[in-house]
Design a protein around this ligand. Structure first.
Ligand SMILES: Cc1cc2nc3c(=O)[nH]c(=O)nc-3n(C[C@H](O)[C@H](O)[C@H](O)COP(=O)(O)OP(=O)(O)OC[C@H]3O[C@@H](n4cnc5c(N)ncnc54)[C@H](O)[C@@H]3O)c2cc1C
Length: 412
């Protein structure tokens, strides 16, 4: 085995579900004899935002304030690891990248966990906590003043948002319009979808299926406050005072451009959301960059893998594979001779999407669940499970464990 205590620089870009899991596992290695290993976490945001809790943050200002955790508290005090608050501009070559603040950063291994953006404010786009809170607050005030709310998109996010809005503001008319013939992702059972329709109905949400709302070209990627009449392709008009888009998703891969020019091949898919191509080991799909891993929403694994908990699992797989390469001395030989390093690289673990599970709160009291092949849609057991496990704080408590530097977490 190669010398564990040698200097190794690992850069993780993006500190959300995938990146945080990878960075934490890799930083922990420095307590296990890998004394020269340094993890640098880079994020354009100063704070991690718990996107999973957005439906609750939208209607509960106190919770929203708690859902932002400062990256300055991510690494324990007194370690060699560091957080840089900047945006990745470009990956220059297999060992260097450039940040928007002008810094050039060297890496032996790179984890690209830059995810994707759903239309903001659903996926808070602000880069500071104050601006992020203001973004959510503006929508919350709009909801308070509205008589009617239109939610577009009946995946899990649209169902949760419509449910929390309707349960919090029972006097308002809430309509959920979905282009599919059933709610929720298609890999889940009919029982989950039917249960969601029934439970949304219980709290007064009108669910419209098989309908595509035509969005004006200037609609942008955002929720809108202000009266609008949108039309469905069926010809039906949907007047509302607030419109929330829970559809659309875009991946940024512009920073790969120098690598794409060098290799003369596209490392991302041009169509659709623009996913970054990966191998089952989560390495970038190129023989030239075996030291770059892309876990989480940014990669081109199937849409059924686009969940926070799966992003987190992929972050773990990427970290475990990097450890295997470190143990085999891959970074040393890769710097000397790329071809022979690749020829002698150890076999790496492959990520496989084995868990099909979903837990969707519909307001604080109701919800639907599927675990493996068992769908608990319309049942009271589903309500009980969702209340016990998710609706109270959307599992924010689990995320707090990632931010051990308590002194800095409190009050920020
Ligand atoms: C409202 C909502 C509710 C959801 N509910 C659930 C749920 O209940 N359960 C579930 O499992 N999943 C849920 N999801 C999906 C889940 O949030 C995503 O699958 C998850 O966020 C993906 O994690 P990620 O780490 O891959 O990327 P992201 O969460 O997208 O994070 C990417 C990170 O990279 C940073 N970044 C991006 N580009 C750059 C750059 N160029 N330079 C520096 N930093 C950069 C961003 O600031 C961000 O911190 C929900 C999503 C939404 C929007």
């Amino acid at each position: 085995m190669a010398d564990k205590s040698r200097d190794i620089s690992i850069v993780v870009v993006g500190g959300s579900y995938a990146g945080a899991a990878a960075a934490k596992k890799l930083a922990d290695l420095s307590k296990k004899g890998y004394t020269g290993l340094k993890v640098t976490l880079v994020d354009e945001k100063s704070h991690y935002f718990h996107a999973i809790g957005f439906p609750k943050a939208l209607v509960d200002a106190k919770y929203a304030a708690k859902a932002f955790l400062p990256f300055s508290a991510f690494f324990e005090n007194g370690t060699q690891h560091q957080f840089i608050n900047s945006r990745l501009k470009s990956i220059t070559d297999a060992h260097h990248l450039e940040l928007e603040n002008g810094q050039q950063v060297y890496y032996d291994y790179l984890v690209l966990a830059t995810g994707g953006k759903a239309p903001g404010p659903i996926n808070v786009s602000a880069t500071s906590k104050d601006e992020g809170l203001a973004e959510i607050e503006q929508l919350r005030v709009g909801l308070q003043d509205a008589n009617s709310v239109l939610v577009i998109g009946g995946g899990a996010v649209g169902v949760e948002v419509a449910g929390f809005v309707a349960a919090t503001f029972p006097q308002k008319k809430v309509t959920l319009v979905h282009s599919g013939k059933r709610l929720m992702p298609t890999n889940f059972r009919d029982g989950v979808s039917n249960g969601a329709v029934a439970k949304l109905g219980q709290i007064g949400v009108d669910v419209v299926l098989n309908e595509r709302v035509e969005l004006p070209s200037d609609f942008g990627h955002s929720a809108h406050v202000g009266h609008k009449v949108l039309r469905g392709i069926s010809g039906t008009e949907y007047p509302s005072d607030v419109q929330i888009l829970a559809v659309g998703f875009k991946v940024n891969s512009a920073f790969l451009e120098p690598l794409e020019s060098k290799t003369g091949s596209l490392l991302h898919i041009e169509d659709g959301p623009g996913f970054i191509r990966v191998r089952p080991t989560l390495q970038l799909d190129s023989d030239s960059f075996p030291n770059i891993f892309v876990p989480g929403d940014a990669n081109d694994l199937p849409m059924t893998a686009k969940y926070g908990f799966k992003a987190e699992m992929q972050g773990g797989t990427a970290a475990a594979n990097i450890k295997k390469l470190i143990d085999a001395g891959f970074d040393q030989s890769f710097s000397e001779s790329e071809d022979s390093a690749i020829a002698n690289a150890p076999a790496l673990g492959k990520w496989s999407d084995m868990v099909d599970a979903i837990m969707v709160p519909i307001g604080p009291d109701l919800g639907v669940v599927q675990m493996l092949k068992v769908a608990l849609g319309g049942s009271g057991i589903a309500n009980f499970l969702v209340r016990q496990i998710k609706s109270k704080d959307f599992m924010l408590w689990m995320r707090k464990g990632y931010f051990p530097n308590k002194q800095q977490t409190s009050g920020q």
